[in-house]
Structure formats: structure tokens, C-alpha cells
Write a protein that binds this ligand. Structure first.
Ligand code: NAP
Length: 271
């Protein structure tokens, strides 16, 4: 598996997203993905599937080769809530440690310094190996970098050709953080896009593979989700071809205002 390095952590370029995967299907897909070569599985407290994700990882027999990411719910960012919820996550996952622990969304109601302090405590006490953030803006990345005593290895953000994320990507790179793209095939929207299909045809690849390759070729880690075993292979195989500079530029031209898929009310309000 090809990786992107950030602050000493080797992050697999392709991982499996698990939002909306549930029950036996979730455990089976996770196990199958690892058997096919996936080395990163992304879950979150919010997805209510940590138990099944852990089950799939254990069933693969390759726990030691796989990076498991989970994320702390934005309503649980005060230190006592965060600490309790991380211990619960680990108990549900039934793994030795959380490889990568992220703040799922910022919550302006809880001081960031307190949350980052609690995250660092989780690391020093052995609950998490590495720490990072998700859905952080450029300003919040500045704030977090100044406040955190521990390295923050990545910012997981919505990222695909239909959305211009250049500023936040540049801010991550400036701080040596990896960019991890969620909704990397625009929740399936890549399929049916004329440009991605045309470029795919020229390479004997699908539009979804072109969409993913556009990201991985920039050193952006992707976590596409699928409920179909055959698509696990298709999505992983985006690493097997290269786009030309002209194709990369053409795809970048797909960005448009209103290209965001996940609701982005700013500042976020969490009750
Ligand atoms: N940090 C955050 O706030 C945040 C927010 C959103 C998501 N995430 C994470 O990122 C992961 C991925 O994002 P996502 O689930 O929103 O969207 P996504 O991965 O961009 O798209 C998933 C959708 O695409 C379809 N699909 C998958 N592979 C395909 C292929 N090769 N060709 C055509 N369609 C394909 C899937 O349908 P089938 O099941 O039918 O294949 C599914 O409907 C999530 O699962 C989650 O782990 C994080």
C-alpha cells in the first residue's frame, strides 16, 4: 500500500470509509477490504458501528498491519466527556489502541485548548497512538497548531474535484499535516460526470477511479465508502495508473460554488 507521510506517521493513500455501514455487512466489508489490501479503516463515534468495525479488523487476522481511525463526537469535546467517550470507543472496537484519534468537528462552545489537552492525555495514557482533526478551517488549524503539545497528523476534510479546497490544503501542507479526503467520490457523484468518464475511458478506468486518482496523485489520502465487495477492488485500483498534467488540470476545473455535499453551517452549532 502506498502511503503519505506526516509527522512520522505513514498514512495509507487508500482507506475504507464506513459511514452508514451497519451490522454484519459492515464487519464483513471491513474484513474483506483488509484481505484485499486496505490498510486504513475510518469510523467515528457518530457512525454507531465501532463494534462491527473492530469485529471486521479482528476477523481479518491483520490487526497489526491496519490503521484504525475513530473520531470524537463534537458534543463530547469537554475533557471529561472526551475521556469517557474515547474509553468507550476502545471498548466497542475491542482493539489494543486507537491508531488515529480525530476531533470530528470543532465545537465553538468548548475551548479548543481544553479539548486538545484531553486528546494529548488520551495519547499519553496509551488510548490513542496519533492525533488529528477533521473539518478544521485555516483559522482553526492555526489555533490548534499553536495550542497543541502533541503533533496533529492530519485534517480530514470533504475533498473531491467538485469543491475547491486549495486554501485549506495549503494550510495543512504548511504545517506538515496530511490531508485526508472524505466523500472523495462525491458520494457517488463522480459516476456519470462526463469529463471523468471521458478521461477514464482513455485509461480503461471508471470515473470513480479517475476521481480518486486525482486526489491520491496529489498525495491526498482517500477513504471511499462502498457497500459492494467488487467496488472495494475498483476503488483500491485507482493507484494503478497515472493522470497526465493536462488531465489533472482539466479535473481541477470541475470545482464550482455549491460543490459541497456535507452540510457546512459555519460556525457549527452542536447542542
Ligand atoms: N469527517 C467527517 O466529517 C466525514 C464526513 C463524511 C464522511 N466521512 C468519512 O468519509 C467516508 C467516505 O465519504 P462518504 O461515505 O460520504 O462518500 P463517498 O465515499 O464519496 O461515496 C460513497 C458512495 O459512493 C458509492 N460508490 C462507492 N464506490 C463507487 C464506485 N467505484 N463507483 C460508483 N459509486 C461508488 C457508494 O455506493 P455503494 O455502497 O453502492 O458502492 C456510496 O453511495 C465516509 O464513509 C466516512 O468514513 C467523514
Amino acid at each position: 500500500m502506498q502511503v503519505v507521510e506526516a509527522k512520522g506517521l505513514a498514512i495509507p493513500l487508500v482507506g475504507l470509509g464506513t459511514w452508514a455501514l451497519r451490522g454484519r455487512d459492515c464487519a464483513r466489508l471491513v474484513e474483506q477490504a483488509i484481505r484485499l489490501g486496505y490498510r486504513h479503516i475510518d469510523t467515528a463515534q457518530m457512525y454507531d458501528n465501532e463494534r462491527e468495525v473492530g469485529e471486521g479488523v479482528r476477523a481479518s487476522g491483520k490487526r497489526n498491519e491496519v490503521m484504525v481511525t475513530t473520531k470524537v463526537q463534537p458534543t463530547l469535546l469537554s475533557p471529561p466527556d472526551l475521556e469517557r467517550s474515547v474509553k468507550e470507543s476502545l471498548a466497542k472496537l475491542r482493539l489494543d489502541v486507537i491508531d488515529l484519534l480525530l476531533i470530528h468537528w470543532p465545537n465553538p462552545r468548548v475551548p479548543l485548548a481544553e479539548t486538545l489537552g484531553a486528546m494529548a492525555k488520551m495519547k499519553s495514557e496509551g488510548y490513542a497512538r496519533q492525533l488529528g482533526v477533521s473539518n478544521f478551517t485555516v483559522a482553526l488549524l492555526d489555533e490548534a497548531s499553536a495550542l497543541s503539545n502533541e503533533p496533529l497528523v492530519c485534517n480530514q476534510i470533504e475533498c473531491h474535484p467538485f469543491l475547491d479546497q486549495d486554501k485549506v490544503i495549503a494550510a495543512c501542507r504548511l504545517r506538515g499535516m496530511a490531508v485526508m479526503a472524505y466523500s472523495p467520490i462525491a458520494r457517488g457523484g463522480a459516476k456519470g460526470d462526463k469529463l471523468l468518464e471521458r478521461i477514464g475511458k482513455a485509461h480503461g478506468k471508471s470515473a470513480a477511479q479517475v476521481c480518486l486518482r486525482w486526489l491520491t496523485q496529489q498525495g491526498i489520502a482517500v477513504i471511499p465508502r462502498t457497500s459492494k465487495v467488487e467496488r472495494l477492488e475498483e476503488n483500491l485500483a485507482n493507484l494503478e495508473f497515472d493522470l497526465s498534467d493536462a488531465e489533472m488540470r482539466e479535473i481541477a476545473g470541475l470545482a464550482r460554488s455549491g460543490g459541497r455535499i456535507v452540510d457546512w453551517t459555519w460556525p457549527p452549532k452542536w447542542d
